[in-house]
Design a binder for this molecule. Structure first.
Ligand code: ATP
Ligand code: MG
Length: 245
């Protein structure tokens, strides 16, 4: 049985068909990569799954329950937690305080809350930053904090929206190791949106390709990267570099 199941999900923004009849099924413990061009609907898909947006039609089932259109807090409390493409920590708080805040609905008692926050901060490698303002973090640190805030909620399914974007190759490695460890040690199910194909190839059991709001292909990383339609719609694109800007 699948842990997360989308059926016929449709979402329009005025004239724009952002999601079109999307079917998706994720099993417990699976790692699914979501790829596709800019504007394909990847973040919108997460917004629908996590309750930030209500689909116009179709359903989202999580762990056997229909959660379509439920509030984000309700869905998070049930164990489905996402990170945001644009990180938005509370600037007036320290790194540890930001993580504690994210943990508070999921951990009872001040001492346990503090211990859990400390453990999560260490797990993402931010110990040395724990008591500094979140605003002082460089990009790589902000990404780790975003991950820590999601982990603080003890996710059963973790949805990651471009957690590697803006990181140097050397900064990506420990994050990739952590994601692999989350599945191996904690049994966490991961769905991750990513443009960095090396990461998609390394982590994914299965890849879902979105193009103009529709599922263009699903399969193993090898299958989708060999699919001419995927190459045509996405992989054949010249990557944008600073030199092009
Ligand atoms: N709240 C909104 N209101 C109106 N249009 C929106 C809204 N959110 C997204 N869109 C539009 O829907 C389309 C899909 O956007 P989305 O952010 O889901 O793409 P994406 O695949 O995540 O792209 P990227 O790779 O750039 O992050 C885009 O054309 C976007 O402009
Ligand atoms: Mg996006």
């Amino acid at each position: 049985m699948s842990l997360l199941e989308l059926s016929g999900v449709d979402k329009k923004f005025r004239g724009l068909h952002a999601l079109s009849d999307v079917e998706m099924s994720v099993s417990e413990g699976e790692i699914v990569g979501v790829i596709g061009p800019n504007g394909a609907g990847k973040t919108t898909l997460f917004n629908v799954i996590c309750g930030a947006l209500k689909p116009d039609s179709g359903s989202v089932r999580f762990s056997g329950t229909d959660v379509t259109g439920r509030k984000p807090e309700t869905i998070a409390r049930r164990g489905m937690v996402r990170t945001f493409q644009l990180m938005r920590p509370f600037a007036s708080m320290t790194v540890a305080e930001n993580v504690s805040l994210a943990a508070q609905h999921h951990t009872r008692g001040a001492a346990r809350l503090r211990d859990h926050a400390t453990e999560v901060v260490a797990r993402v490698g931010l110990e040395e930053w724990a008591h500094r303002p979140a605003t002082e973090l460089p990009t790589a640190g902000l990404k780790r904090l975003e991950l820590a805030r999601a982990l603080a909620a003890r996710p059963r399914v973790l949805l990651l929206d471009e957690v590697l974007a803006g990181l140097l190759p050397a900064e990506r490695e420990p994050v990739l190791d952590l994601l692999a460890e989350l599945r191996e040690q904690d049994g966490t199910t991961l769905v991750f949106i990513e443009h960095i194909m090396a990461a998609v190839m390394r982590l994914s059991d299965r890849v879902l390709v979105l193009d103009q709001g529709a599922v263009l292909a699903t399969g193993t990383p090898d299958e989708v990267t060999a699919d001419p339609r995927v190459i045509d719609a996405y992989l054949g694109e010249e990557p944008t570099t600073d030199a092009d800007a």
